[in-house]
Write a protein that binds this ligand. Sequence first.
Ligand code: GDP
Ligand code: MG
Length: 248
Amino acid sequence: MRTLVVLPTYNEAESIRAMVERVRRSVPDADLLIVDDGSPDGTGAIADDLAAIDERVSVRHRAAKSGLGSAYLLGFGIAVEQGYDAVVEIDADGSHDPAELPAMLAMLDKRGADLVIGSRWVDGGSVVDWPWARRAISQSGNRYAKWMLRSSIHDLTAGFRAYRTAALRGLDRAVVSSQGYCFQVELAWRVERAGGVVIEHPITFVERTTGRSKMGPAIVAEALVRVTGWGVASWFGRGPAHAAAREA
Ligand SMILES: Nc1nc2c(ncn2[C@@H]2O[C@H](COP(=O)(O)OP(=O)(O)O)[C@@H](O)[C@H]2O)c(=O)[nH]1
Ligand SMILES: [Mg+2]
């Protein structure tokens, strides 16, 4: 499968090199796209250096921090346009282990999945180095979203994923408006409600050791409010669920 691995970056100068190396070692045939939002710490320049020495690596620079969701939408658009079969979402801070990618991509290829989620909240999945409060927020938030949206997915907010590109066709800013964790929820739910096959693959998420998280209370609030709205709307046959079903 022709695969594009999308790495969104904002101030990841300390981790981007190692991360690109790890991805290249794990999936040598995949292409990498770094989407940097004018990181003040110089991540964009490092990304350019990496692209200059490796033809499989390319970079898109955006002028200002514009959110994780829109960075991925840019990557997805390029994957569709350039005829990739699969597109991968992975954090640039080292939390996601690229060594899981061959197994995840094989599930798209051999088991007919449309979306494989690297999942923390299924048997065999785990999180390393999170304080109990963050663990509790993620776990209870995911339980709430799963219940509210009547989803079968245990880790709706997970940011480590492999999509069959065909499942992403037609998604752009006009239909996907969420930014942070909610972007992940919205996409997984769309694929699921459109009848796509979603498989959760257990992973160990390791908290970053360099740089800082870009997610804060506003991102959590966005997810809570929108998930609640979608859940209620879907009970009346409206919202993204309905739209996704119509698109399919
Ligand atoms: N291009 C871009 N990348 C972002 C933005 N916000 C977060 N990221 C990247 O998305 C990934 C996950 O973000 P992170 O802050 O680690 O989230 P956390 O793991 O949930 O704390 C990292 O690679 C970030 O650099 C953004 O606004 N634009
Ligand atoms: Mg992180």
